[in-house]
Ligand binder design. Structure first.
Ligand code: SF4
Ligand code: SF4
Length: 107
């Protein structure tokens, strides 16, 4: 699933530069994530980078966007056409290998 930003967002901007997919934008009083760009950081980290820096923990899994690792990796490849992603992905490049990460319990 994509990650989403809840109404708890305090508009600090810390998450935006951390996103490897440029999926985070500033909205009206809160930041938001484009689910068509978010890969849950699959292809880049074994955790969601926005979650890791958010001071109020308002970057959470979006239950309306449940997606497989394969779908998310395909999106990463589409977002970064010049980049070659190893397949299968090594553990450090996919949050699916890291069930103990922050917010994982909410899925
Ligand atoms: S989970 Fe990763 S790809 Fe998705 S918005 Fe957050 S930082 Fe960007
Ligand atoms: S880091 Fe958290 S509080 Fe700050 S802009 Fe991003 S979602 Fe909002």
């Amino acid at each position: 699933m994509a990650t989403m930003i809840t109404t708890e967002c305090i508009n600090c901007g810390a998450c935006e530069p951390e996103c490897p997919n440029e999926a985070i934008s500033e909205g009206d009083g809160a930041y938001f994530i484009d689910p068509n760009l978010c890969t849950e950081c699959v292809g880049f980290h074994d955790y969601e980078a926005c979650q890791a820096v958010c001071p109020v923990e308002c970057c959470v899994p979006d239950p309306d966007y449940r997606e497989s690792e394969a779908t998310l990796l395909a999106r990463a490849a589409k977002n970064h056409p010049a980049e070659r992603f190893p397949r299968p992905l090594p553990a450090e490049l996919t949050r699916f290998s890291n069930p103990g990460r922050q917010r994982a319990a909410n899925e």
